[in-house]
Ligand binder design. Sequence first.
Ligand SMILES: Cc1ncc(COP(=O)(O)O)c(C=O)c1O
Length: 387
Amino acid sequence: MRFYFDNAATSFPKSPAVLAAVDAYQRECGAAAGRGGYRSAIAAGKLVEGCRSEAARLLHSAASRLIFTFNGTDGLNQAILGVCRPGDHVITSTWEHNSVLRPLRFLADRFQVEVTRLVPNAKGQVTPDAVNQALTSRTRLVIIQHASNVLGVVQPVTEIADVVRTHGALCAVDAAQTAGHRPISLNDSAIDLWMTSGHKGFGGPLGTGLLYIGPRVEEQIEPRRWGGTGTQSEDDRQPSAIPDRFESGNFNVPGLVGLGAALSEGTDDILAQRQQHERALTIELWDQLARCPAITLYGPSPQDADRIGVISLNVAGLAPHELATILDEHYGIEGRAGLHCAPGVHRWLGTLETGGTYRVSLGPAHTAGDVAHLARSLIEVAGGPAK
Ligand SMILES: Cc1ncc(COP(=O)(O)O)c(C=O)c1O
C-alpha cells in the first residue's frame, strides 16, 4: 500500500476528472492553443480559456487578471522581478520559500534593492503592525506567504494587505500552500499580486500555476518573458494587454486542461469543507503524536493557531532523511525530509544544522484511517510508548 503524505510538494492522487480530461485532450486534440485557425486549434484555445474562467470563478477575480504560469516559482519570479526597480525597498519574512528569497537576493545583489526580512513572532505570526512599522517611503512591495510549507502556520494576509494599501505600497501573497485548501476572494481583498501552483491544492497536473494581477499593479508590472503570443504578430513589441503581456510561448495545454477539470470540481463551499476536514485530521494527528515522548512536533499546536495540514517533526535518534527512508520502505509512507526550500524557518526552529525536519502534508482525499496509520507507524518507529 502507498500512503502519500507530500501534498505540500504536489497533490496526489489527481481526481478521475483530471486524468480523463488530460487523456482526452492528448488523444483527441493535441493542438497548440491560440495559434492556428483550424478546428482542433480553436478547441484547444477554448479549453485553455475554460480553465481561466474556472479559476476566475473560484478565486472571485476577472478572468483577464489571471496569468498562466508553469508553477508557483514562475509566478513569484514574474511578480517580484516585474515590479521591483533599482533602489526599491521590499518587505518580506524570513520564513519565505526560496522562490521568494532567491529572486529578492538577486535584486539586492544586482540592483541595490533593500530587503527587510521580518522574523515571525513566538506564535509564528507576521503581524500587520510589524509590517506597518517596517514600511518606508521607498517600500514598493510587501511579499508574504499565506501559509508556511514547513509549519503550516497561516499569516493574516488580508489584514496585512489592508495596511500596505493604506501606505500606498503593493502587496503580494504567495498562496502556494493555501490555494485549493480554503476559499479566497481576490476581488474583495487589497491583495495586488497573488500566486500559486496549479498542481498542489488545486489538484491540477505538474507544470501549472496562476498569477493574479490586480488593477493597481497592472500598469507597473513588466513581463519577464517576451515572445509569441499569437496576437499582434506584426509588431516586435510585446502586446500590452493582459493576459497576453505575460503569456509568451506555447501554453502547457495538457496541464491546463487538467487544471481546468480540477478547478471545475471546486466551489467555496467545497473548499470550506476541505479546510474543515484537513483541520480535523491535523488536530487528530497532532494529538496522537504529542503523546509519544520521542517525537518532537514543531510550531504552535493546531488548537492554538490557524494552521493548514502540514506538520513538521523529528524522532529522537534519527536524522530526518533516515526516518523518511524507514517510513517509506517499511510502512509505505511518503513524506519529505530536509529544509523544504525554506531555510529561515529552520533557523527559527534550530533545525538548520541538523538536517531539518520530516514533513507530512495532508490533502482532501485523506481519511481518518490514513492518518491513524501514519500516527501508529511514526510512534512505532519512535519506539513508543505513549506518554
Ligand atoms: C510556500 C511556497 N511557495 C512557493 C513554492 C513553489 O511552488 P512550485 O513548486 O509550484 O514552484 C512552494 C512549493 O513548495 C511553496 O511551498
